[in-house]
Ligand binder design. Sequence first.
Ligand code: UT7
Length: 332
Amino acid sequence: MSSKIRAGLIGVGAAVPEKILTNADLEKMVDTNDEWITTRTGIKQRHIAAPGEAASDYAIKAGKIAMERAGITAEDLDLIIIATITADSPLPACASIVQDKLGATHAAAFDLQAGCTGWVYALSVARNFVENGAAKNVLAVGVDLLSTITNWTDRTTCVLFGDGAGAGIVSAMKDDEYGFYDFVLGSDGSGAPALSIEAGGSRVPITHEALDEHRNKVVMNGREVFKFAVKVQGDAAELILNRAGLSMEDVDLVVPHQANVRIIESAVKRLGIPEEKFYVNIPRYGNTSAASIPIALNEAVEAGRVKKGDNILLVGFGAGLTWGAGVMKWAY
Ligand code: UT7
C-alpha cells in the first residue's frame, strides 16, 4: 500500500426517457428503412425525451442512482461535472441546476464539453481532483438529449441519435489496488467541421433565417468521422493499455462509445480482444453522445458482467474532434 490516493468509481447509474422511436417509426418520417439503418449502424431503436424535458432531469435521475449505490448523499459531493452538448440552456451550466436540485450544498459545479468523449474527459478531471486531495466525492455525469439538436428531416443523422444520461461517483479507493490506472485524452480541432452545429454561438447567432435552414442543428460528414473514429479508437486503446502496463489479455471488459456497431467491430479486429469482451447496447439506444459510455457501463454492471478486480477499458471519440480512453480495476 502506498500513501498516494488512488481514485476510482464507487457507484454508477443511468436514466433514459420512456418513449422509444423505432426504425419503423423513422421510415414514416424520412426516406430510410430498417435494413439500411441496421446493416450500416446496428441501431434498432432509440429513447427520445418528451417535450419540455431537459438534460438536468436525466442527469439528476442517473446521479441519484449512482449516489445511492455508492452509499453517499448529495451533501457528500464536493464537485459535479456534467459532460454535455445539450445543457438545459446556454446559461447557466447544467451542473449548477443539478447541484441545486440535488441539494448538493457543498459542491462546486461546471459543465464540460468534449462531444461524445465527454464522460471520459469528466472521469479524468474527477480523478485528478480526488487524487490531488481537492475533492473527496465527485459526481461525473454524461448526459445528452440529442433529439433536441437533431434535424429530423436529415436522414443521414436523424437515424443515429438518442437521449439519455449515465453517471458515476469518483472517490478515493479504500484499497489502492483498485481504481483508475490512467487516461489518455486528445483533440484535433482541424476536424471540427466534420461534426458541428453552425448557429447559436458567438460566431453565428440564431436568426430566423438560420432557424429556417436548420443551422441550429447537428451536421455531420459521416464517412470522415467514421475513418477518424476507427483510427483514434484503436490508437487510444493501445496507448492507454501500454501506459497502464496491461496486455490485451488482461482486459476483462471493453466499454466503447456506442456510435456504430461497425466502428466497434473494427476495434475488435485491431485490438485482438475477443468480441464477447466488448459491451454493445447500440441496438437499443443509438448514439447518446456523452451518455453512451456510462449508460453502457451501468448496464454491464447491472447485468453482472463486471466483478471486483476486473480490468475495464473505456474508449470514446466525438465532436471536436476529440478522443479519450481510460482503464480501471473495478472496485466492487
Ligand atoms: O459519436 C460520434 C459521431 N458519429 C459517428 O461516429 C458516426 C460515424 N459515421 C458513421 O457511423 C457512418 O458514416 C454513417 C452511419 C453515418 C453512414 O454510413 P456510411 O456507410 O458511411 O454511409 P454513407 O454516408 O457513405 O452513405 C451511403 C449511402 C448514400 O447514398 P449514395 O450517395 O451512395 O446514393 C447515402 O445517401 O446511403 C445513403 N444514406 C441513407 N440511406 C437510407 C444515408 N443515410 C441514409 C439513411 N437511409 N438513413
